[in-house]
Structure formats: C-alpha cells, structure tokens
Design a protein around this ligand. Sequence first.
Ligand SMILES: [Zn+2]
Length: 138
Amino acid sequence: MTQQYNKPIPVPQGESDEYWNKAKEHELWLRSCNDCGGTYFYPRDISPGCFSRNTTWVQASGNATLYTYAIVHRAPHPGFVGDVPFVPAIVELEEGPRMPTNIVIDDPTPENLQIGMALKVVFEDITDTITLPKFAPA
Ligand SMILES: [Zn+2]
C-alpha cells in the first residue's frame, strides 16, 4: 500500500488480536460463550451475558442488517475530508451482536439506506497490518 493512511487506526490489544488477525485474512470472527450461548461484539475474554471466561472464537457469516446509521457530510478529522459523505453505522449481525462499522455505498442517501436492509461484510485493507470490516448492501 503506497498511499499513507492518515486516519485514526485501531490499536489491537491482547483480547482482540485474533479478531484483527482474522480480519486481515478477510474473515469476521466473534466471541461466543460456552456457558450462556451468547455471541458478542466487541471481542473480549469475559462473556458480557454471564461473566464466564469459558468463551471461544466463532466465525461470523458476514451477513447483517442495518440497525442505524448517519450520513456524515462534514469530516470530523482531516483524514476523512476525502471521504465525505460517508456512513458510520451500527449493524446487527446474523449471529445477534451489533457492531459499529461503516457502510460502503456509492450514493449514500436516506433513500438508499433503509433500516433493516440486508448487508454483507466487505474488508478494507488500510495498512499492512490492519484491515477494517465494513458492510455493503447484500
Ligand atoms: Zn455467557
């Protein structure tokens, strides 16, 4: 990647290393609890449902629906000036958890962004080590 990425970049930490490693392989992985059965985001060792540490990694289907979104017309950081308008969103994954992300869409208008619309994960390699899961209309 020759172009410098001039936006804030996620900093992987112990509990989320696997998440970022899998994202780099263009796979979306979640944590799931072996005790209460809950699947959750963000990735962490302790189940937010029952506080068990008996948790594991599961691969997500990548299917989601649009839960909520905004269309940003004024860049919140100089790195985003070239991106406006862009669409930060919360999507509801097929496995249940909701996650913050961006919607990748050519013409981001309210007419083209319907709550509940079907989405599919896509991956944007932003550096040699970080890949961002984003979502596009399915
Ligand atoms: Zn649990």
